[in-house]
Design a protein around this ligand. Structure first.
Ligand code: SME
Length: 161
């Protein structure tokens, strides 16, 4: 496997996503273990886009439990409907938070996190089985472009879980 993706840092974020996706597909195709693939996806996203924090929370009973991630230490358990991640699970839809301080009930794992996007990941029975959480240290860092391409990554993940 390749040690890193080839994505010039001079590209716009959208161009980076376009280059990122096929490389990510090849990477996960080469491995069958779900955790191994999720771990590499967090690294690829963090080091390509320089997000502050990238990780997964798994649905376990009535809470989310921390899974593979890249970034600073994070809270390990999030109840259903709580915080941005628990809200994403409850609503079963992408949640974009331009300013975490304005999101009621936001769970602050780090004071450096300023904006956030969380995407649900569904199993074949259309149940949310995990969420993908990405934090930025800049306000307003996520928009419809991120949502569009990150949903493609979520769909890719749904093929191997
Ligand atoms: N901010 C999230 C908690 C997870 S951390 O950002 C890693 C939330 O409100 O659910």
């Amino acid at each position: 496997m390749t040690e890193s993706f080839y994505i010039p840092q001079t590209l716009s974020r959208e161009e980076k996503y376009k280059s990122f996706l096929p490389q990510l597909k090849s990477l996960v195709k080469a491995e069958t273990d779900c955790i191994a693939n999720l771990a590499n996806i967090t690294s690829a996203l963090k080091y390509t886009f320089h997000f502050f924090w990238v990780g997964f929370y798994f649905v376990k009973g009535n809470e989310l439990v921390l899974g593979p991630f890249q970034g600073t230490l994070a809270c390990t358990r999030i109840p259903f409907g709580k915080g941005v991640c628990g809200t994403c699970w409850q609503k079963q839809e992408v949640v974009v938070v331009p300013d975490v301080e304005k999101f009621p009930g936001h769970i602050a794992c780090s004071s450096f996190s300023k904006s956030e996007i969380v995407l649900p990941i569904f199993n074949k029975e259309k149940q949310v089985v995990m969420v993908m959480d990405i934090d930025s240290d800049k306000k307003n860092d996520f928009d419809a472009t991120d949502s569009f391409y990150l949903q493609q990554i979520a769909s890719l993940i749904e093929t191997f879980i």
